[in-house]
Design a protein around this ligand. Structure first.
Ligand code: NAI
Ligand code: BUO
Length: 256
């Protein structure tokens, strides 16, 4: 029987790239997103490529929505073998300007959302003979903070911590928990980051993006497919002995 992968925030960007790659790898795909219309468009696109997929509307910052996404996946396809906590939001501002409301919003999605995803996936995977794999979206900003992305970076440091703790707590149930740490990926997230950063830095549109990209040793920006190549490995049996790791995939931007 085919394995089943849930990808949160899978309607576009990195999540869509991961969903398409796992679908091509043979997984049945459940795309969670707040934007149901876009998620349905993505599913229609996948169906033309013979990927068996469904869309589920859900806000990852709501614990009940995360549990419902898992129960919908089980009802449709019978299991959840891989759960990718991909959904995340950005905020660009100096730390001195971060309001309590903004801080609450970004932690609710990026940190609480990831924890609720871990909880929902773990409950289901503990009932499965072979456990499963939980894969979280961290970032190179979760290892070295970026200026003007301070609140965002701190959420990704927290995702790294959740990944390590969940790996230790869930190993006994054959559940592996790892994270991917992309660099500078060309998605709508970076369109928004660039638009705000150039305002703060008094630069031309596109310049914040270009300044980051020119620092990448492999001399090109990253695509969702680059990230999906790593996630495909983390979702496969080839990574069965790996847990608790947050792995950079960034063209060499951060070398530790
Ligand atoms: N783009 C980049 O350069 C990098 C992105 N990342 C991380 O990768 C992940 C995906 O990023 P992108 O594809 O660039 O973002 P994106 O903004 O292009 O796409 C995010 C998707 O998540 C959905 N979403 C947002 N909030 C949601 C919520 N509360 N519940 C359900 N769905 C929600 C959106 O509707 C959208 O479809 C994020 O966690 C991000 O922090 C990490 C490193 C670099
Ligand atoms: C958005 C993000 O995480 C980076 C590193 O660009």
């Amino acid at each position: 029987m085919s394995k089943v992968a849930v990808i949160t925030g899978g309607a576009q960007g990195i999540g869509k790239g991961i969903a398409e790659r796992l679908g091509t790898d043979g997984f049945k795909i459940v795309i969670n997103d707040m934007n149901l219309d876009l998620a349905n468009e993505t599913v229609d696109e996948f169906k033309k490529k013979d990927i068996d997929a469904i869309a589920v509307k859900g806000d990852v910052s709501k614990q009940d929505d995360q549990f419902k996404t898992v129960s919908d996946a089980v009802e449709k396809f019978g299991s959840v073998d891989v759960f990718v906590n991909n959904a995340g939001i950005d905020q660009v501002e100096p730390l001195e300007e971060v309001t309590p409301e903004n801080l609450e919003k970004i932690f609710n999605v990026n940190v609480f959302g990831t924890l609720y995803g871990i909880q929902a996936a773990a409950k289901q995977m503990k009932e499965q003979e072979d456990g499963g794999k939980i894969i979280n979206a961290c970032s190179i900003a979760g290892k070295t903070a970026f200026e003007l992305l301070g609140a965002y970076s701190s959420t990704k440091f927290a995702v790294n911590g959740l990944t390590q703790a969940a790996a230790k707590e869930l190993a006994q149930h054959k559940i592996k928990v790892n994270a991917y740490c992309p660099g500078i990926v060309g998605t709508s997230m970076w369109d928004r980051i660039d638009a705000k950063m150039v305002e703060y830095k008094n630069m031309e549109p596109g310049q914040a993006w270009e300044e980051q990209v020119k620092q990448i040793p492999l001399e090109r920006s990253q695509t969702p497919e680059d990230v999906a190549n790593l996630v495909s490995y983390l979702a496969s049996s080839d990574s069965d002995y790996m847990t608790g790791q947050a792995i950079n995939i960034d063209g060499g931007l951060e070398v530790h």
